[in-house]
Write a protein that binds this ligand. Structure first.
Ligand SMILES: [Zn+2]
Ligand SMILES: [Zn+2]
Length: 275
């Protein structure tokens, strides 16, 4: 099984050394891990300027030397994207993309630099949050800079009580051009299992969106826990493989040097029983 979204001490909101997550991954039956630290582009973000690529790659070499015989360790990044900061993102991609196996593009901010947290919903309808958000996702896909889109429907994670009636079916039509652009550009999305551990109690995205993507002809999906602690590395991945199969997805993507291959889910299941 693969965990393609793990943060380390190179993210401002995480203190976990890579070695701890490697040990946890091996114990959880993970065979490939991608360390995807935040590369922030919003000046207001606490993590702006925090990421140090050279130190990150040095540490990656160390854990590869120690754990590489038991675990495939990939160079990854979770790159924050917004049209307002796209020039900065472009510079990062130009300079560093070739050094990575796998790059997630994630939208964390709305226009004007307001982070998509519960307060962002104050005085707004669901459409006023989701539609501009999906416009940013569409733009991120169309750049072709990213291998996958992170937590595709993340605003649902922050839905205040007043909006708990959220049903993704209202965005089914809006998602179609996003899927089309994804397929044309060779960009996929991840199943981010952190939603299973948090308020949505479902992955981001959940089964409905996966099914519509599969119906649109999409096949490029990765699995990631978005772990900020070693304890959650691998959590929910086995369950996600079951979900994907039920939704008509038969493979999960593996990346090397930013190129994907699809690995049949049947080959990924752990030999021993796993929760
Ligand atoms: Zn994120
Ligand atoms: Zn993340």
């Amino acid at each position: 099984m693969f965990d393609y979204h793990v943060h380390t001490e190179f993210s401002v909101d995480c203190k976990v050394p890579m070695a701890d997550s490697c040990r946890a991954a091996i114990a959880a039956g993970i065979t490939e891990i991608a360390f995807t630290d935040h590369v922030e582009h919003q000046p207001a973000d606490l993590g702006y300027g925090y990421y140090r690529p050279d130190d990150y790659f040095r540490e990656l070499e160390k854990v590869r030397a120690e754990f590489g015989d038991r675990l495939t360790i990939l160079a990854g990044a979770e790159v924050d994207f917004h049209l307002e900061t796209a020039d900065e993102v472009a510079k990062f991609i130009d300079r560093y993309a070739d050094r990575y196996d796998f790059i997630i593009g994630s939208v964390h901010y709305a226009s004007g630099g307001e982070i998509i947290f519960p307060e962002h919903f104050d005085g707004r309808t669901l459409d006023e949050v989701f539609l501009p958000y999906f416009d940013q996702i569409q733009a991120a896909v169309e750049t072709g800079w990213f291998n996958v889109i992170g937590h595709l429907d993340i605003p649902k994670r922050y839905l205040p009580r007043t909006h708990r009636t959220y049903n993704p079916v209202v965005y089914r039509e809006r998602l179609q051009p996003i899927f089309k652009a994804m397929i044309e550009k060779g960009v996929g999305f991840e199943i981010n299992t952190s939603g299973l551990r948090q308020a949505p109690k479902t992955s981001m995205p959940g089964p409905a969106i996966v099914r519509w993507y599969a119906e649109a002809g999409g096949t490029l999906i990765t699995t990631g826990t978005d772990s900020h602690s070693a304890q959650t590395v691998g959590s929910g991945v086995a369950k996600t493989l079951d979900m994907l199969e039920l939704c008509g997805i038969t493979s999960v993507a593996s990346f090397r040097g930013r190129k994907s291959t699809l690995v049949p889910i049947a080959e990924l299941r752990p030999a021993a029983s796993e929760t």
